[in-house]
Design a protein around this ligand. Sequence first.
Ligand code: ASP
Ligand code: MG
Length: 410
Amino acid sequence: MALIVQKYGGTSVGSIEKIKGVAKKVIDYHCQGNQMVIVLSAMAGQTDGLIKLAREMTEAPNPRELDVLMATGEQVSVALFAMAVKSMGYDARSLLGFQAAIYTDHLFGKARIHEVKTERIMKELEKGRIVTVAGFQGLDDHGDITTLGRGGSDTTAVALAAALKADVCEIFTDVDGVYTTDPDICPKARKMEAISYDEMLEMASLGAKVLEIRSVEFAKKYNVPIHVRSTFAKERGTMVIAETKDMERVMVSGIAYRKNEARVTIKKVPDRPGTASRIFEPVLKAGIVVDMIVQNMSEDGFTDMTFTVPRADFYKTMKLVSDVAQEIEAEKVLGDENIAKVSIIGVGMRSHAGVAQKMFEVLAKENINIIMISTSEIKVSCVIEEKYTELAVRALHEAFGLDDDQKRDQ
Ligand code: ASP
Ligand code: MG
């Protein structure tokens, strides 16, 4: 007998028929002798609908009340699911975040789980019930309802799996696993059998959106293996797990990209202590997320500085930086709105030399100019002109042996 935590996303519970389908599936697992804890998202589109309602009421909804409102989406799905299971002749209990004793900090809208007390869930399981828990919500120590941030049901599932010491945490969604790259732009993308937590964090933060990032951080911290798979197919999906020796044999395991970036360059910045801090302070204060930063070696006491921001923040950043540039007497500020970031990711980079060089060669062969480069232990990223994104991703995917029709080992 296994204790299994399963999470079903909004599309998987998007209609009465689909909820009945999930109930049947869960009952099958239950009948095989497993103890089942089912975390649900709100039905597809519901959370967006609730946020819209709040905005119709007031431009800036009170964060506490917004959480009370948003948490109702998941309340609907767990209640309907428990009804479905009961109508099929099996026992089920729905629990909201506070009933499942999921405790968080006070940050409405992006609360972090700090403790889960498992007594209630265990008691329900011991009675032979299927337990369903509302995802995305918790309770702070003032007794207020909190939500965990968009997509937060994944984190609920992983946190419950960790606290309950579940045998497996399965995340059922509308895609059948994690792919080597975005199948929409690269038809030869391949479903991965397994990916390490660190690789998944890089893939996710770079724009491959299968699992919410925080849930992966949580899983890594508590070493919870996650199985990401499709609600609508029988095949196995992708395991997100701690690094194995096997993973290191492969040089690159995935290609990620992010469009909608913009570049800002400040020319001839006087090279003296404090300028970088002066430049970035107003940008960060405005809540703008700066990604890559490059500063040149200085020549004659001047240096150039380049960094990237989300495209939506481009104009605001240009304005802020132009003001500082004048103050610190830099020469001028230049910008480019049409860039993208393409990255190769793999824990294998630690043990293979020349990975970055190979990436540069591939891009050169396609005549794609590299605008910026950054590297980390398991990733190399290049900023390129946006219009070459698809070409770059496909060329890299092939060159690193990831295409579906290529052999696995490089
Ligand atoms: N319903 C929430 C959202 O749409 C949480 C989730 O789906 O995981 O963000
Ligand atoms: Mg969701």
